[in-house]
Design a protein around this ligand. Structure first.
Ligand code: KG4
Ligand code: ZN
Length: 341
């Protein structure tokens, strides 16, 4: 069955068509980076308005690229949360309206489920069970994944998410939005260790994270005189190393404790080169597999939502009889968890 996926939870409008056995038929993405850049962050009202403007044409383009008509679509998956309420409502309304007109099911999908299943779109897809490190702008979580809809939270950030810490620190250092990729670029020119920053919760026995103190430590160092270009690059490199060290240490601990041998990394920060290099080396040393989504599918996109909807349908996990337009801006992924034990 061909599934249409719609993503509109934040500042990217994503549309894709997925079919089991054939894979991703087509996907289109519109980024709102230019729209929000002058405000230094996402303006929710502008995001919603832009999703409305873009969605119809993105859907038409995706259908045309795949050579698929509306009547060929068997189901529609859309991001129902977590995210910005107004932005989510745009995707939910378009998906539910289209599904009503075509008399097909519409499936509300959890954004993070989309992220953590996204490596399944690559040729070398991971097998269940695995441990997932979800590192996005809004979440930093370690999950045990036993199958579709079977997620158990192992640890998460008690304050800022890793991506949020990258974005806020980038802003402190005078970089543009979104800060993660910009800070990573600046870090390439710097040397870590010249200014030393803390590694929050690194030694703690639990699998939780804390990143807000790191941002404050950067601010203190910056204000105490590290303002030359070279010093900024050194601070960026040390910040990136500190975040990556903590993410890697906790991920390894999570895999080790679970007794599994596969780590899946998903979410925007998963595009970070330094994080990938360190995880690759550590997992290779232990004989573990580490899987990432294709680079283009690390950040928000419609393909992961189409895939998650398709996998839920196949697993019989969808009650598609109810037609409501409801979104959940806050939605813990493990809330509907089926306990693997
Ligand atoms: O998953 P995502 O696209 O959106 C959310 O669901 O939040 O992640 C976006 C986050 C932003 O905080 C962005 O700065 C960060 O991912 N990011 C990066 C990199 N690319 C994107 N952080 C560090 N290094 C990168 N290369
Ligand atoms: Zn995301």
């Amino acid at each position: 069955m061909t599934v249409l996926g719609i993503e509109s939870s934040c500042d990217e409008t994503g549309v894709a068509l997925y079919e089991p056995g054939r894979g991703l038929l087509a996907h289109r993405l519109h980024s709102q980076i230019a729209l929000h850049a002058e405000y230094g962050g996402v303006v929710p009202e502008l995001a919603s308005r832009d999703h409305i403007r873009r969605l119809p044409q993105l859907i038409d383009q995706t259908l045309a690229e795949a050579g698929v008509t509306r009547q060929d679509i068997g189901a529609i998956g859309y991001t129902a949360g977590p995210g910005l309420a107004g932005a989510l409502l745009v995707g939910a309304s378009v998906a539910e309206a289209m599904a009503f007109a075509l008399d097909i099911p519409a499936l509300p999908i959890h954004h993070l489920e989309g992220h953590l299943l996204s490596p399944m779109l690559s040729d070398d897809a991971p097998q269940f069970p695995f441990v997932a490190l979800l590192v996005s702008g809004g979440h930093t979580q370690l999950m045990r994944v036993d199958g579709v809809g079977r997620y158990r939270l192992l640890g998460e950030s008690v304050d800022d998410a890793a991506g949020e810490a990258f974005d806020k620190t980038a802003k402190l250092l005078g970089l543009g939005y979104p800060g993660g990729p910009e800070l990573a670029r600046l870090a390439e020119r710097g040397t870590a260790g010249r200014t030393s920053l803390p590694r929050p919760m690194l030694k703690a026995d639990h699998l939780d994270f804390s990143f807000s103190g790191l941002k404050t430590a950067v601010l203190t160092a910056y204000q105490s005189g590290h303002r030359t270009d070279e010093a900024r690059a050194d601070l960026a490199a040390e910040f990136q190393r500190a975040v990556v060290e903590v993410l890697v240490a906790k991920s390894l601990k999570a895999v080790e404790r679970s007794g599994l041998d596969t780590l899946v990394v998903a979410g925007g920060v998963g595009a970070n080169r330094h994080l990938r290099d360190e995880l690759d080396a550590a997992c290779r040393q232990r004989g573990w597999r580490v899987c990432y989504p294709e680079p283009a599918l690390c950040t928000d996109n419609g393909a992961m939502i189409a895939l998650a909807a398709s996998m839920r349908l196949q697993a019989g996990l969808i009650d598609a009889t109810e037609r409501t337009i409801a979104v959940r801006p806050r939605w813990p992924l493990d809330q509907e968890c089926v306990d693997p034990d």
